[in-house]
Design a protein around this ligand. Structure first.
Ligand SMILES: NC(=O)C1=CN([C@@H]2O[C@H](COP(=O)(O)OP(=O)(O)OC[C@H]3O[C@@H](n4cnc5c(N)ncnc54)[C@H](O)[C@@H]3O)[C@@H](O)[C@H]2O)[C@@H](O)CC1
Ligand SMILES: Nc1ncnc2c1ncn2[C@@H]1O[C@H](COP(=O)(O)OP(=O)(O)O)[C@@H](O)[C@H]1O
Ligand SMILES: [K+]
Length: 485
């Protein structure tokens, strides 16, 4: 699991540790790790050109001390001081003593073999200031290493208000920061490298599953399993107008680990023609037989008005998607108030906007703003509906009402294709039927779905059904990383 902590948590852990250690120890640990990574990125340190962009805080201090270490190994180091009168004095002195120099020539950015971005770290707010903005657009020849956070990225949210400096590698200290894991910030961070500095941290509010974590959560049949014990998922989706959504949700559900898929709705004939293994009824959910979790909403059309309350009344986990979310936005959070089993909502940002308006009143907020602040808005939505929220998009965010968040970066923009969300809902519902809680089910589903999207769209467009068909391969990839189970 890759875990991230908020700026407030990092500051508090730093304060505890600094109180016990000689002054400057933490910064020296950070600088040593940073310099070691830089040295690995250069073909050789001696003679290479290194440019430091140093802001006015400790982030600049880290960069200057690391650069001093490189200068002592023979690198030709220059530093641009963004606020010369406020530069980290001791770090600058160390660099000058090691033979580095100060420059105001922006052309050095392009000539450098390596640029250290120490403009701003966890103290940064509100995007890059004007004096630093030109560097984001300059041509570059060498690699850019961000110190702790790419400058211009909000460390807590991943928001990029304005411009930010795109890094090839981000060396982060003590723990990952949420903004390095969540788009748009994550797309500026490049490869992440964690340098331990000895912080003692509380449980992480944000985490990213690695393959082995997903493998440990996958529901695998035991020797004594039968189809009912593996869990049965019900799919209430599709309509005469949109039968395809039913087919796609069932396609996802069949590859999620439940032992059987029941389908209830007017697309029963299409579903069974495509998937003879599905147990179908053309009636409503009440005629479907027992299930351990329901998926409701994809392509349901107007029929969702009767369907949603009926499914929500069942005392089993329910995943609400698509038309189900539109109806839920109309009804507001009270529609979930009587439920004791988990509810998982799977909106994209447009649906999220309507759900927020349904809870908070007023017009739906602009979808662009929601996408840029996805961790915060997913948590807001989860709290408002007291349900788990899986917010789809370039980084998928799964948020619990208590604020716990998992983020998923495995996807690809090829997944932005009609119907791929229907596959995801079937898959996540199937995982819930197999016994996973909504946070795990959402995170594992997003992880597998993202991988399947990559496999299906290896260099070419993939249709939603291709994504469903690539799910078994995604299971195998994940399981081979968690080998031994
Ligand atoms: N506190 C510690 O002991 C440690 C801190 N570390 C480093 O210290 C950093 C945090 O240092 P600080 O708290 O000094 O904060 P930063 O250095 O991240 O930023 C604060 C400074 O940047 C300016 N600033 C804020 N927003 C800006 C913007 N948008 N554009 C340009 N300038 C902006 C502020 O005026 C302030 O002077 C971490 O990211 C990490 O790199 C590490 O050395 C590990 C130990
Ligand atoms: N730019 C992107 N990068 C990665 N994944 C994306 C991107 N855009 C969309 N997706 C994923 O594609 C799926 C689309 O789902 P959705 O919007 O519900 O489409 P539909 O309703 O047509 O099925 C989601 O899993 C979402 O996370
Ligand atoms: K930085």
């Amino acid at each position: 699991m890759r875990r991230a902590h908020t700026v407030e948590q990092v500051r508090s852990a730093e304060a505890d540790l600094m109180a016990r250690l000689p002054e400057g120890t933490l910064m020296q640990r950070a600088a040593a790790g940073l310099a070691a990574t830089c040295a690995r990125l250069l073909p050789r340190v001696y003679g290479s050109r290194v440019l430091v962009l140093a802001g006015s805080g400790d982030n600049g201090g880290d960069a200057l001390y690391a650069a001093a270490r490189l200068a002592r190994r023979g690198a030709r180091v220059s530093a641009v001081l963004l606020s010369p009168e406020k530069a980290h004095a001791a770090g600058l002195a160390a660099l000058l003593a090691a033979g580095g120099r100060v420059t105001a020539d922006q052309g050095e950015f392009e000539r450098a073999d390596l640029v250290l971005d120490g403009i701003v770290g966890i103290g940064g707010r509100g995007g890059l200031r004007p004096e630093a903005q030109p560097f984001a657009a300059l041509p570059r020849r060498g690699r850019v290493v961000a110190v702790d956070v790419p400058s211009g990225v909000d460390p807590d949210t991943g928001e990029v208000p304005g411009v930010a400096l795109r890094a090839d590698v981000t060396v982060c200290f003590g723990t990952y920061k949420p903004g390095l894991l969540i788009d748009p910030g994550a797309s500026y961070a490049g490869v992440l490298q964690l340098v331990g500095i000895g912080l003692e941290l509380p449980p992480a509010p944000v985490a990213v599953l690695q393959h082995a974590d997903a493998a440990a959560l996958l529901p695998l049949p035991g020797a004594e399993s039968d189809k009912y014990r593996r869990g049965v998922v019900g799919v209430a989706a599709g309509s005469a107008r949109y039968p395809g959504a039913a087919v796609l949700a069932v396609a996802g559900a069949l590859r999620g680990g439940a032992g059987a898929v029941r389908y209830a709705g007017t697309a029963a004939a299409e579903v069974v023609r495509r998937f003879p293994e599905a147990l179908v009824t053309a009636g409503g959910p009440a005629e479907a037989g027992r299930v351990q979790a329901w998926v409701v909403g994809p392509g349901s059309g107007e029929g969702v008005r009767e369907l949603l309350p009926e499914v929500l009344a069942a005392d089993v986990p329910v995943l609400v998607d698509a038309d189900g979310l539109a109806e839920l936005a109309r009804l507001g959070p009270d529609a979930l108030a009587g439920r004791s089993a988990p509810t998982l909502l799977t909106p994209h940002t447009g649906e999220e906007a309507r759900l927020l308006a349904g809870a908070e009143g007023g017009a739906p907020p602009a979808a662009d703003g929601l996408a840029a602040a996805r961790r915060a808005t997913a948590r807001r939505l989860a709290a408002a509906y007291r349900a788990t929220v899986l917010l789809k998009g370039s980084t998928t965010v799964v948020a619990e009402p208590d604020g716990t968040v998992r983020v998923n970066p495995t996807g690809t923009s090829w997944l932005a294709t009609a119907g791929s969300g229907d596959v995801l809902s079937g898959l996540a519902g199937s995982l819930m039927a197999a016994g996973l809680g909504p946070l795990d089910a959402g995170a594992v589903a997003a992880h597998l779905h993202g991988l399947a999207g990559r496999t299906a769209a290896a260099g070419a467009p993939a249709a939603a059904l291709d994504v469903a068909e690539a799910l078994p391969e995604a299971w195998r990839t994940v399981r081979s990383a968690g080998a031994g189970r």
